[in-house]
Design a protein around this ligand. Structure first.
Ligand SMILES: Nc1ncnc2c1ncn2[C@@H]1O[C@H](COP(=O)(O)OP(=O)(O)OP(=O)(O)O)[C@@H](O)[C@H]1O
Ligand code: SF4
Ligand SMILES: [Mg+2]
Length: 407
């Protein structure tokens, strides 16, 4: 990932691998007032997303990480054009696109598909898997001519998501499948459109820990085989390290750090990213032993109100390094350690305001054993692509096999 331009500069022409770009993306939701307040008070808005700029590229996974309410799902829904935007631009292959329903939305939707957190809610319980997938294939013009071609397309879809033999699943209802199998069906439905970009909003967070890795391996396999550009939204920065090529960190509606996943997770620059990493579950961290990480507010604090967000850097009320400028001026994206591919929106990395602190922040110790090294993702083989057929830990299998068939 390269350091992208700010929204007041002209956009650079996209390279061949660029699929989807957001530039200065902004979404403010109006706050409804009731009773007398509606007559007497000025309208107010939730600043859900402000000035978000990102690029999704063919064959790459970009993780969007942040705590609850930071605006991750809103970014995905804006990119999917499910919400009108307040400001900014969305470009597909370099062309600005704004669609609201109708044929143009379907054409866009064919290229940009979304996978939701809860596969049960996203599948209609009264319809079979055959119905869901046939409908998606037909809507996107991939249902073939006649029953035999449709059957072949259905079987290919289920095989692509490793639900085999396909005939075992086609006539099941969603409640007859495990959570992991349902999410695989939701992924198959997205693939029915033959998309170029997949927006996966916390695709494994509602699944048992034992089957999360299988679904992430499947997405990684699809990325490699189909060269999909994937946006992977997660709370879990440890999974971003193993699954995503690039990681973007969001705080209170704004991007605060970005770079390749290894760098962002192993050498986090922004104090908020350091907080996220230090507060990720780590069973080996013994309470009361050692000294707390003083690079961040160890108590965590609370994210700010998005109706009236803090001026300047939105993290300033929680940041132990806050300076005067942080309370008044919004920090721009600044390169970290001279690395043009690693940036942080933090005044510590500005030569004028924080060179000394920048050095100390960059050298601030990250926990000796990072959460990722002890997480459920620890059996990912480093940066090597995982074997999609590798068996997962735990006893439940969510994919099609003699042992883990539909239930
Ligand atoms: N339709 C809406 N109307 C008003 N406010 C909204 C709406 N959707 C989201 N918000 C607000 O926008 C902010 C960002 O919400 P969003 O769902 O994008 O966060 P998130 O990072 O996906 O959180 P989570 O991790 O809990 O899913 C929150 O303050 C939320 O309350
Ligand atoms: S800009 Fe200031 S308040 Fe914000 S994270 Fe950096 S040092 Fe902390
Ligand atoms: Mg969300």
């Amino acid at each position: 990932m390269t350091l992208t331009h700010t929204s007041d500069q002209p956009p650079a022409p996209p390279d061949n691998d660029t699929v989807l770009e957001a530039d200065g993306l902004t979404k403010h939701f109006a706050v409804r007032r009731v009773g007398r307040q509606a007559m007497t008070r000025a309208p107010r808005v939730v600043h859900a997303v402000d000035d978000v700029t990102l690029t999704l590229r063919r064959g790459r996974v970009t993780a969007l990480v942040g705590e609850s309410g930071s605006g991750k799902s809103t970014v995905a829904r804006l990119l999917a054009q499910l919400y009108p935007r307040t400001g900014g631009d969305i470009r597909l292959h370099g062309t600005s696109v704004t669609v609201r329903g109708g044929r143009r939305f379907r054409a866009y939707n064919r290229k940009v598909q979304m996978i939701f957190q809860d596969p049960f809610a996203s599948l209609n319980p009264v319809h079979t898997i055959r119905y869901h997938l046939s409908r998606a294939l037909r809507i996107h013009g991939h249902g073939g001519n006649g029953a035999a071609e449709l059957q072949q397309a259905l079987e290919e879809l289920l095989e692509r998501v490793q639900l085999t033999p396909a005939t075992r699943y086609l006539d099941k209802f969603p409640h007859e499948l495990s959570g992991g199998q349902r999410q695989r069906v939701a992924i198959a439905r997205a693939l029915a459109a033959d998309p170029e970009a997949l927006l996966a909003d916390e695709p494994v967070s509602m699944l048992d820990v034992s089957i999360r890795l299988g679904v992430l391996n499947l997405l990684r396999d699809l990325k490699e085989r189909l060269h999909l550009a994937i946006l992977y939204i997660t709370h879990d920065i440890a999974s971003a390290r193993y699954f995503a090529d690039d990681t973007l960190v969001m705080y209170a509606g704004r991007m605060v750090e970005g770079g390749d996943s290894e760098t962002v997770t192993q050498n986090p620059a922004h104090p908020y990213t350091q907080l996220l990493i230090s507060s990720a579950p780590d069973p080996d961290r013994i309470v009361g032993e050692g000294t707390p990480d003083d690079t961040v507010d160890a108590s965590g604090g609370e994210p700010p109100s998005l109706i009236d967000p803090p001026a300047g850097c939105r993290f300033n009320p929680r940041c132990p390094h806050a300076m005067d400028i942080c309370r008044t001026e919004l920090p721009p994206r600044l390169p970290v350690d001279g690395n043009p591919d690693h940036w942080a929106s933090c005044w510590l990395f500005d030569a004028e305001h924080g060179p000394a602190k920048a050095e100390s922040a960059a050298k601030a110790e990250t926990p000796a054993e990072t959460p990722s090294e002890v997480s459920e993702y620890s059996n990912f083989p480093g940066s090597d692509p995982p074997d999609p057929h590798e068996t997962r830990s735990g006893s439940e299998s969510d994919q099609g096999s003699a042992e883990g068939g539909a239930r």
